[in-house]
Write a protein that binds this ligand. Sequence first.
Ligand SMILES: NC(=O)C1=CN([C@@H]2O[C@H](COP(=O)(O)OP(=O)(O)OC[C@H]3O[C@@H](n4cnc5c(N)ncnc54)[C@H](OP(=O)(O)O)[C@@H]3O)[C@@H](O)[C@H]2O)C=CC1
Ligand SMILES: O=CC(=O)O
Length: 359
Amino acid sequence: MTLLVKSSYSHRFLSSSTPAMSVCSSFCPQLPSYFRQKPINSLPTKPLFPLSFKVFSSQATGVSAKADELPGRIGFLGMGIMGTPMAQNLLKAGCDVTVWNRTKSKCDPLISLGAKYQPSPDEVAASCDVTFAMLADPESAMDVACGKHGAASGMGPGKGYVDVSTVDGDTSKLINGHIKATGASFLEAPVSGSKKPAEDGQLIFLAAGDKSLYNTVAPLLDIMGKSRFYLGDVGNGAAMKLVVNMIMGSMMATFSEGLLHSEKVGLDPNVLVEVVSQGAISAPMYSLKGPSMIESLYPTAFPLKHQQKDLRLALGLAESVSQSTPIAAAANELYKVAKSHGLSDEDFSAVIEALKAKK
Ligand SMILES: NC(=O)C1=CN([C@@H]2O[C@H](COP(=O)(O)OP(=O)(O)OC[C@H]3O[C@@H](n4cnc5c(N)ncnc54)[C@H](OP(=O)(O)O)[C@@H]3O)[C@@H](O)[C@H]2O)C=CC1
Ligand SMILES: O=CC(=O)O
C-alpha cells in the first residue's frame, strides 16, 4: 500500500509501514528535533472497516482518488465554514459521504456535489462506518453526539466517531464515554488552519484517542489536511488546540494595538505590516489580515465568537493547572468587548474595533 501525502513543501510517497509521526515531522522541517513527536506505529492491527486506500494524487484544486480505493461510508455532521469545505474535499476525492446540518439548507451544495443526506445525526451514524463532526462549541458538540437523536444512538461496534470541533478536554472525554459505551471507537481531532486551508486541504489535525481509529482514518485526514499529530489520550488534542488558539488570540490582540498605535503616532500601518513581515516576529496571519484590518474590513474566516470561546476554554484549562496566563486573560476581555459591540460573527480580526474610541 502506498500513500501520497500532501505537503505545502512537496509531495511524498510513504509506505504503509512509515511511522505516522515521522510522516508528520517531515511536514515541519523548520522544527528542531526535540520538538518533534516520538515515532509511533501507523497501521491498525485490525481495521475498523475495510481499508483499501492505495494512492491519491494531489491537484491544485483538491485531491482525486479512485473511489474503489477509499475507505467506506463517511458521515459528516456540521456544514459550517469549516465542515463544508472539509466534506467537499472528501467528496472530490471520491469518498461516499453522507451529510447532516441543523440548518438543512447548508447541506444543499454538498448534495448537489453527490453527497447523501440523512435527517438526524443518529441516522448518519447508523448508515456510516465513520462519522466526523465539526460543530461550533462544547454545547453543540455534546448535543449532536449525545443528545436526543445524537450520533451515539446510531453508533455501535466497528464504527468510529471523529470529533474535529474545538472543544475543551472535559467535553471531549464526555463524548468519548458516550461513544465508547456503544462499542464504537472515538477520536478527537481538532484542526489548526482556517477557511482557506480547509478549502485547500491544508489543515493540521491534532488527534488523540483510539489509536486504531486514528490509523484507519489517516487517509481521510490526509485528504483534508497537510499534516497530523497523534497526541495520546483523549483531552490532549483539545488541550493542544486550545493552547495554540490562546497564542493566536493574544497575537491578534497585540497586533491590533500595534496597528492603531502606529497610526496614532503618524506612521503608515501598511508599512508596519511590511516591516513585521520581514523580521523575526513575522507570521502569515499578520500579512493576511493586516491590509483588510487597516481598511476596517473583516470578511469572516474564523468567527470572533469562536476565538473568544477558545480563549475562555484555554483560560479554564490554565486555571485547572494553576498556570498564570495574564496576557491571554487580557486578550479575552478585549474579545468580550468586541462581542458586546455586535462583532461575534465577524472575523476575529475585528477585535481591533474594540480598541477604537467610540464616538
Ligand atoms: N473557522 C475557522 O477558521 C476555524 C474553526 N475551528 C473550529 O471549528 C468549529 C466550527 O467552526 P466554523 O465552521 O467556523 O463555525 P460555524 O459557526 O461556521 O459553524 C458551526 C456549525 O455548528 C452548528 N451548530 C451550532 N450550534 C448548534 C447546535 N446547538 N446544534 C447543532 N448544530 C449546531 C452550525 O449549524 P447551523 O448551520 O445550523 O448554525 C454549524 O454547522 C468551531 O469549534 C471552531 O472553533 C477550528 C479551526 C478553524
Ligand atoms: O481555530 C482557528 C484557526 O485558524 O486555527
